[in-house]
Design a protein around this ligand. Sequence first.
Ligand SMILES: Cc1cc2nc3c(=O)[nH]c(=O)nc-3n(C[C@H](O)[C@H](O)[C@H](O)COP(=O)(O)O)c2cc1C
Length: 444
Amino acid sequence: MATRLRQIKLGMFLRPAGHHLAAWRHENSQADAGVSFERFVEVAQIAERGLFDMLFSADSATANSVFDEAGLRRMSYVAWIEPFTLLAGLASVTRNIGLVCTASTTYEEPFSLARKFASLDHISHGRAGWNLVTSGNHTAAQNFSRNEHMAKDKRYLRAKEFSDVVLGLWDSWEEDAFIRNRDSGIFFDPRKLHTLNHVGEHFRVMGPLNVARSPQGRPVLVQAGASDDGKQLAAETAEVVFTAAPTIEEGRAFYSDVKERMVAFGRDPDSLKVMPGFFVTTGETSAEAHEKREALQALIHPEVGLALLSQRMGINLSGYDVDGPVPDIHPDNVISSRVTLLSDMARRENMTIRQLYTHIAGGRGHYDVCGTPKDIADVMEEWFITGAADGFNVMPPVFPDSLSDFVNLVVPELQKRGLFRTAYEGKTLRENLGLQRPQNRYVL
Ligand SMILES: Cc1cc2nc3c(=O)[nH]c(=O)nc-3n(C[C@H](O)[C@H](O)[C@H](O)COP(=O)(O)O)c2cc1C
């Protein structure tokens, strides 16, 4: 069998008006994009024209993701269409692109989650993926009859058991379990049905799943969470890792760490694709790209900047002087690896609150790159060939313009270098990502 050339994988990170904080205020975006299915269709189809591997959606089970009302009233992503439902809708207006949605192991139940994603895999003929998160946003707890967000170590223990249950349920039915023989009247072969009977610390799930084995064998398992526990879980179970790496050095360190951890689980490092977020602004010339970027930065209101930073750092910064220093965070209040990342950067570069929020307004802690298609391709190539990434989750600042720029300008440059496909290789997300079809645990 011919071995496939290693090429860059691309995710297109969905967001209503764009990834830049002020995207919805930009003259070419759509202010009500979050409730416009038609706009999401347009964006999905541009990404598919650009041969992206997948559409990717983050998610949060709370509107209240910032502390202060002054900032909240200016946030466009405070409310938008629930992403799983959105992807189910997009499945019918796309043909090749993968559909990956975030869902939380802290606030979902494994049976209903396994059922939904297996169904999406059927509806899309093998293009579904689940991004496993444990949720960083503590206000979600109050939407789920809990007083507090679970502590991180507990969240990850629950996440591990949760994913075990989901993977078990996805093996409920063997590939050929459904005979559907009208003459004999036999619908399925009971020997090919497997009941999980899971009893654990967090879940009691009998099974089997009431959805047939899905076209990909099972949906692709993505994971986002970069702490030690997060990396461990990724190394054991994930097929794609979405990560935030603000520098190539941090990208390489994360990449080699996760891939090395996989060895202990007997996994081939190539069976997991590391895909950092990439916030990309491009134009025909460097000056044009920077102009586009500056136009967006100028639209950030200080209240929004403060609210963003408060949310990212897990402390309420309203009332702080935006031109003063970034306060130190007490280690007990560090709710995620990203908080440490931000406060380290602020200290290292002696940044004020305003400088920090302007800095993260676009990339939000992800790598932020601005330049010509050649500049962008150079950076992507370097990350790809020096062990910092297998692909990228592209974050266009404004929809649809920045995505069209990427597709029209950067994709051809990557193709010219042999770094990116010129046609979809397979029919399923798994095939396009170069991932193996999983064996059913009950079939020897
Ligand atoms: C790159 C990245 C993306 C994430 N996306 C989401 C998300 O969409 N929704 C969510 O609830 N949590 C998200 N998380 C939060 C993680 O699920 C996790 O709960 C939190 O970061 C704490 O774990 P960690 O310290 O291992 O990162 C994300 C984390 C990372 C690192």
